[in-house]
Design a protein around this ligand. Structure first.
Ligand SMILES: *Cc1c(COP(=O)(O)O)cnc(C)c1O
Length: 359
């Protein structure tokens, strides 16, 4: 079976971990610092703050901007649950806006109508490795005085008009094993604002500026040096990994029939965290079964939009319709696009998808 995701770990990662173990310094230390500096450089920002996961990166980024009870944060419902849950953790309420059906990302034309006096932030989610349409989003944010927290958990190295994901507002990245690079578990916050940088560092470590003096409620959201060592080795391979994903996606785009392939709008660099097609005519699940029978793994990201998740409906009272989000959830299927695919794997994927037309 060709898997939908496959972490690429080699000798560099193994060696880096062994060096940390031999050093005896396991907790947040010099490797974390080096990883933060290299990650900031990759994004083209001044500061990066490592955390324990993408979820904690989002949580801390929101708190660092003072977002909490009584506030509203505009985001997408067509994303992993962590985008919206991180908003809930602060006491704020996620306000869901529908997506652009062509890109699966927040539709900027629908954001303004969702802004209320309680709106404090917009959280664009750069889904599947494609940045949101950041031009109009940043204009709206400036016009209404809103903070922008980018959920860049799937968009390491993605670009919009020459600028990298995570460099528009405050960015949050995940380093989970299936992401474009991994540290096993881990996250990273990116910012150009020295005040936000400092706040994130304090929140990550129990609200502590001076050792054992606690000025505010913080957390243990630190990254270990073991994880940072893996992440740093992976970061050195990110460009190669992304180039392979982009080439694999170009091959699939050129050869697949019977499905609607993903689009890359002019002026953007899509890094294909996922290669996600649409399957019309209610045939999505049948295609997934057909692929499985032909040795091709696939996955639905995401079958249930957040506003329809049980907890959001039953406990939080969400009751709204997002037609494009709901249509996407019913039609999307992600195919393998990861850097470990061989030319033969790509041929197998194409043959399996294209033979579905004929069954
Ligand atoms: C993976 C992911 C997260 C959460 O990251 P973790 O490292 O798993 O906590 C948040 N948002 C999106 C869009 C993601 O894909």
């Amino acid at each position: 079976m060709i898997p939908i995701a496959k972490p690429q770990l080699g000798e560099e990662e193994k060696q880096a971990v062994l060096e940390v173990l031999d050093s005896g310094m396991l907790a947040q230390g010099p490797r974390v610092k080096a990883f933060e500096e290299a990650f900031a450089a990759m994004c083209g920002v001044k500061y990066a703050i490592a955390t324990s996961s993408g979820t904690t990166a989002l949580h801390v980024a929101l708190l660092a901007h003072g977002i909490g009870a009584g506030d509203e944060v505009i985001t997408s419902a067509f994303t992993f649950i962590a985008s919206a849950n991180s908003i809930l953790y602060t006491g704020a309420r996620p306000v869901f806006v529908d997506i652009d059906p062509a890109t699966f990302n927040l539709d900027p034309a629908k954001i303004e109508a969702a802004i209320t006096p309680r709106t404090r932030a917009i959280m664009p989610v750069h889904l599947f490795g494609l940045t949101c349409d950041m031009g109009p989003i940043m204009e709206l944010a400036a016009q209404y005085g809103l903070v922008v927290i980018e959920d860049a958990c799937q968009a390491h190295g993605a670009e919009y008009r020459g600028r990298r994901a995570g460099s528009f507002g405050t960015g949050a990245f995940s380093l989970y094993p299936t992401k474009n690079i991994t540290s096993a578990e881990g996250g990273m916050i990116t910012t150009n604002d020295p005040v936000i940088d400092e706040k994130c560092r304090v929140l990550r470590q129990h609200g502590m500026r001076r050792r054992y003096y606690h000025d505010e409620l913080g957390f243990n959201f630190r990254m270990t040096d073991v994880h940072a060592a893996i992440g740093l080795a992976q970061l050195g391979k990110l460009e190669r990994f992304n180039a392979a994903r982009i080439a694999n996606a170009a091959f699939l785009n050129a050869h697949l029939t019977g499905v609607i392939p993903p689009v890359t709008p002019e002026g953007q660099r899509h890094v294909f965290h996922q290669y996600t097609v649409r399957v019309k005519g209610g045939q999505r699940d049948a295609l997934a079964e057909h692929l499985k029978a032909h040795g091709v793994g696939s996955m639905v990201y995401y079958p249930v939009p957040i506003h329809q998740q049980t907890f959001y409906v039953n406990e939080l009272g969400y009751d709204l319709q997002l037609p494009e989000t709901e249509a996407a959830a019913a039609e999307v299927l992600s195919l393998p696009v990861h850097p470990a695919l061989s030319p033969a794997d790509l041929e197998t994927i194409v043959a399996a998808v294209n033979s579905f037309d004929e069954v």
